[in-house]
Design a protein around this ligand. Structure first.
Ligand SMILES: Nc1nc2c(ncn2[C@@H]2O[C@H](COP(=O)(O)OP(=O)(O)O)[C@@H](O)[C@H]2O)c(=O)[nH]1
Ligand SMILES: [Mg+2]
Length: 378
């Protein structure tokens, strides 16, 4: 499963974002360092389900259907707040950074309202430039990579002396941080091992970042957004509003299709609840879904593909139970392998469930394909 790290300084709303995206309650507190052990949970990306157009009602094995969407699982990690000097161990920084090893992409939460200082202490809206949040965190991540490179330099040099390619020696150290072979090769084509620019390159390639400007419900936040959006790709979000909407939905007060711009009142809110719901509506869409989806689909380059057995059911009779996230550019063969290694081994061809067209092993998968795999495996 794709792993996504939620990072940022303390008190920007990481745990709120995590709860809102995973529906798990974790301690949310205005004090710094509320979170020490990383919380892990399942978040989701939306894909328009193909069951509707095929005239069937899908029965997801993982995730769920809401509105016209299938919500497909991704793993979310809520990492403790990072403070300046984290890479040197400040505020348990090293431990927290190591929690990110396996993350493929990061959602960097900043306090767009500028209400908190560098350590997460409340100072009031507009008192800090959120750009500083961005710069400091990226710097800490770069320094973390730099330290790992320096610590392993002897090992890398030794491997090169014993005949390994430079990229391979580098890859052996950074693959545990999810650096790909291709990126290790490119790094060594572009930089010397001693280059000051190498750590940043490695970090950018192995930890793609989307910036979520949280607390967009605070008036000052949108002012900051208008200024910063020219320079950074920021998505303004309100984690707190999303959490409130999901709780209202859970209690039966509203029907809310997660990620949409509106909800429907289905329960009997009292006057106070009604006023609160009206306020929430002003903050919609909360953009929590949008941030996760932007990272997974646009930045990390995944597409969603539905395996479909004959008559769209699996052996247990479940309708379209699965939806796989695959890297764009993957072929039918890769898809078969993602389902089961035997399927790839005995793969004959695929069938597009919409057109009934036969697809060869080299067929390049498209987003929202539904494909029946035909193999000679038993
Ligand atoms: N105004 C506003 N406050 C928020 C939002 N999200 C979180 N907060 C508040 O920010 C504070 C810190 O939240 P928390 O999730 O514990 O932050 P963390 O330290 O980054 O994990 C809490 O008081 C939250 O209620 C939001 O969208 N809007
Ligand atoms: Mg927290």
């Amino acid at each position: 499963m794709i792993e996504i790290g939620i990072v940022g300084k303390p008190s920007v709303g990481k745990s709120t974002f995590f709860s809102a995206s995973t529906l798990i309650d974790v301690p949310i507190d205005p004090r710094p360092f509320t979170t020490i052990e990383p919380n892990t949970g399942i978040g989701f990306v939306r894909v328009e389900d193909i069951g509707f157009e095929l005239g069937v009602r899908s029965e997801p094995r993982n995730g769920f259907i809401l509105g016209k969407y299938r919500y497909v699982s991704v793993k979310m990690i809520d990492v403790a707040g990072l403070v300046p000097g984290a890479h040197q161990g400040r505020g348990l920084g090293n431990k927290f950074l190591n929690d990110l090893n396996q993350a493929e992409g990061l959602i960097h939460i900043i306090d767009l309202s500028g209400s908190t200082d560098e350590e997460g202490r409340y100072i009031g809206p507009g008192k800090r430039d959120p750009e500083e949040d961005i710069l400091f965190l990226e710097h800490e991540l770069d320094m973390w990579y730099r330290d790992i490179l320096i610590r392993n330099m002897e090992r890398i040099q030794r491997e090169i002396r014993s005949g390994k390619e430079r990229w391979e020696a580098l890859y052996n150290v950074f693959s545990s941080l999810r650096l790909s072979r291709e990126d290790a090769e490119e790094a060594m084509r572009r930089y010397d091992l001693s280059s000051e620019e190498l750590p940043r390159f490695l970090r950018e390639r192995s930890k793609r970042i989307v910036i979520a400007g949280n607390k967009k419900d605070v008036p000052k936040a949108m002012e900051n957004y208008d200024r910063l959006k020219k320079k950074y790709n920021i998505i303004p979000v309100s984690a707190e509003a999303e959490l409130a909407l999901k709780r209202a939905a859970k209690s039966g007060l509203i029907r809310y299709v997660y990620g949409e711009s509106d909800f429907e009142i289905v329960g009997n809110p009292n006057d106070q609840q009604r006023a609160a719901l009206d306020r929430l509506r002003q903050t919609m869409p909360t953009n929590i879904q949008q941030v996760i989806e932007h990272l997974v689909f646009n930045v990390l380059g995944y597409i969603a593909v539905f395996p479909a057995g004959s008559k769209l059911v699996d052996r247990q009779g479940r309708v379209l139970p699965d939806c796989f996230l695959m890297k764009a550019g993957s072929r039918l063969e890769d898809f078969a392998a993602a389902i089961h290694s035997d399927l790839a081994k005995y793969l004959l061809y695929g069938i597009d469930v919409r057109t009934k067209r036969k697809l060869g092993k080299d067929y390049i998968l498209q987003h929202r394909d539904g494909i029946e795999i035909v193999s000679s495996a038993k």
